[in-house]
Each structure stands twice: as C-alpha cells, then as structure tokens.
Write a new protein. Structure first.
Length: 220
C-alpha cells in the first residue's frame, strides 16, 4: 500500500509550493512537472484497478516487476510512484524515446490519467528484486567514492532517490540497464534527462560509469 497517496487528500497548490521550495533548496536536483503529471498525482489511485492494468507491463517487466537481468527491461517494482508517473508521461508524450513502450503507454491501453495513477501505485507497492543483475565487482571501493562525489547529492547515500522530487531509486537495479541509461544520458540520447545529471556525468568514462552501475546494482 502506498502511504501518503491512498489516504491523504491531494492539494495541488501544496504540491506545487513544495516543488518550488525544493527548487530553491536543491536547485541541482529538481525539475519542473508538466500538467499531465499533476493530473495523475491529484487523483486517488485505485491499486486494485492498477493490478488489472499491470499485465500490460508484465509482458516485458515480468509478473513480479523485476525485468530481466540482461538489462533489456529494468526493475520497476518498488520504484517511487512519482518517478513512475513522470516516466510514463514522458514516454507517452514522446519526451523520452522508447518505441517498445509506446503501445503500452497509450491512453487506449493503460487508460488516461486515472489509469496512470492506478498502475503506478500498484507497481510502487511491489517488492523489489532481491537479486538483480550485477557487474564484475572489481572496482566497488572506487565506485563508492565516485558515487559519493557525483551522485550522492540527489540520489542519497544508499541510492534511494526521493519520491517528492521525482528522483528515482537506483539501488537494486540491474547493472546492465543502469550502465546503458548512464551512457545514454551522458551521450545525449535521453531527451528527458535532468540537465544537472548530464553535467555531472558528461566527462565520466565508460569504465567509471560501469563501476558506478555495478555499485548501485549491489545496494540493498
């Protein structure tokens, strides 16, 4: 169950005010939220309906939401609901290129804002993969220091991210998926990337990104 969303009335002005406050406090971490995201956030999610919608996602992300170890599909189970809403919205508005996902995010499939609200609440309630795919494990001390310098400010000490700031949880994600996304963000292939994150990793080498991805995949 997603506490804070199923039982707390949504106050749009409060949320917008919170986003503005976070922007002042943490300008390097917070991005603006489009209206479609706000519409999904202001609705009370129906997890039971989300469970009915989820089989669309299970085609790729598996019934348990753990994706595939080879990184072709990420772990989505247990991800922050706000992050899930934003990514779904970005994909269906083509702000994030993901042709495989287009048919499954179309309003005719998942539903409108209510469908997005429901299915993301269900996914967020699912337990994370306890054994995600990992890398070689050869540079973990080095990677820990890289993470502390480059990623800690936004993603937190244990890679847990922040739901309210739309910052994804990275811990326990498949190594291969993390590495691919880090490379795509660095190289400009993800249109919806946070510009601050691009700036943080744009000068990192493939080996450095690989080490950080390996480190994150092992965080429990």
């Amino acid at each position: 169950m997603i506490t804070g969303y199923l039982h707390t009335p949504f106050n749009k002005s409060l949320v917008m005010g919170g986003i503005l406050a976070l922007t002042v406090l943490f300008p390097t971490c917070v991005m603006s939220t489009p209206e479609e995201i706000m519409r999904a956030l202001e609705l009370t999610p129906d997890i039971e309906n989300g469970k009915k919608v989820y089989p669309l996602c299970a085609n790729c992300h598996m019934q348990n939401g753990w994706g595939k170890e080879d990184g072709s599909f990420p772990v989505i189970a247990g991800q922050h609901r706000n992050v899930l809403i934003k990514q779904l919205s970005d994909i269906r508005t083509k702000n994030r290129d993901n042709p495989t996902m287009y048919p499954f995010t179309d309003p005719g499939s998942v539903g409108g804002a209510q469908g997005v609200s429901d299915v993301t609440a269900y996914i967020a309630s699912m337990p994370k993969d306890p054994e995600p795919g990992v890398g070689s494990g050869q540079k973990l001390d080095y990677a820990r220091e890289l993470y502390r310098k480059q990623c800690f400010q936004c993603h937190g000490k244990k890679g847990h991210g922040d739901n309210e700031s739309f910052i994804p949880s990275l811990k326990g994600q498949h190594y291969a998926y993390l590495l691919r996304q880090l490379e795509w963000i660095r190289d400009g292939y993800r249109k919806n990337s946070n510009p601050v994150m691009v700036g943080k990793i744009k000068n990192m080498s493939d080996d450095e990104l690989s080490a950080v991805a390996d480190y994150l995949s092992r965080l429990k």
